[in-house]
Design a protein around this ligand. Structure first.
Ligand code: ADP
Ligand code: MG
Length: 249
């Protein structure tokens, strides 16, 4: 990440897109399986094709800035992914790319994330709890913004927390009922299934984190490997909290 408009940031986004394309290809069968349980079994193939084309298109650009790469990838995904998810992933990316016109900083990354989420919500009309990609994306974006703006974390720590939040969002899709997209046709039979689009969203975020950490020469924080939501401190040993030990009186 840097403050200049061209060069490094553009190359970083190309590297991220290549990493995403590779990961999605590795996860193709996994995503297909998830989509065959509650959809039409095309999410793995759609995404793998779209991201492979997007990586090619990104590589073909001549010394691009971050905005140009993001826009090119978004347009390619719109054209190649198809289904419900193509316009959501691609169209939202084209729109959010404009937030990177000054390059990638913590500030522009937050603006990018917020605009992307806003566009996914506008286009798909889904909210948290509808068993869609929004269930992974919303907690990730909110956590990223809060980590940067309130907790003053560095971008990698913030992104690691966002990945954790997305992971919990993916788990959240399992016990709830689909209310948008193809899975909603199943009604209550969608309960008990992990949403494919939330899952691919998590994979994308994991790759963004890995590439960003690598380019900045830092380790991926531990937080991204675990889900530290519940403190493991035993309340009986919590020290001076009177509620922890009611005593004899
Ligand atoms: P299709 O359902 O048309 O076959 P895909 O299989 O590529 O498209 O993508 C399915 C994913 O798209 C779902 O798992 C869900 O995450 C996401 N999705 C579907 N409809 C919506 C929507 N209205 N809003 C947000 N995400 C949606
Ligand atoms: Mg499908």
């Amino acid at each position: 990440m840097s403050d200049d408009r061209t060069g490094d940031d553009g190359a970083a986004v190309v590297a991220a897109v290549e990493a995403v394309a590779e990961r999605i290809e590795e996860e193709r069968d996994h995503l297909t399986q998830l989509d065959s349980a509650i959809g039409d079994a095309d999410h793995g193939g759609n995404m793998a094709r779209g991201w492979a084309e997007a990586a090619d298109a990104a590589r073909d650009l001549d010394d691009p800035d971050a905005e140009t790469v993001a826009k090119t990838v978004g347009k390619t995904l719109m054209g190649e992914v198809g289904g419900a998810s193509g316009p959501l992933f691609g169209g939202s990316l084209v729109f959010a790319a404009g937030e990177l016109d000054e390059g990638i900083t913590s500030e522009t990354a937050v603006a990018f994330a917020e605009t992307y989420l806003e566009k996914v919500e506008d286009r798909g009309d889904a909210r948290v709890g509808d068993q869609t990609m929004v269930d992974a994306l919303t907690p990730a974006v909110h956590t990223f913004k809060k980590s940067i703006e309130v907790d003053d974390l560095d971008p990698i720590e913030a992104l690691a927390k966002a990945v954790d939040a997305a992971e919990r969002g993916v788990a959240f899709t399992v016990p709830i009922r689909a209310r948008k997209g193809r899975a909603s046709y199943l009604g209550w039979r969608s309960v008990g299934h992990q949403d494919p689009g939330a899952t691919s969203t998590l994979f994308i975020l994991e790759e963004l984190l890995a590439v960003a950490a690598e380019r900045l020469g830092v380790d991926v924080p531990e937080a991204a490997a675990t889900s530290p939501t519940i403190p493991d401190e035993d309340p009986d040993e919590a020290g001076d909290d009177p509620a922890a030990d009611p005593g004899d009186d």
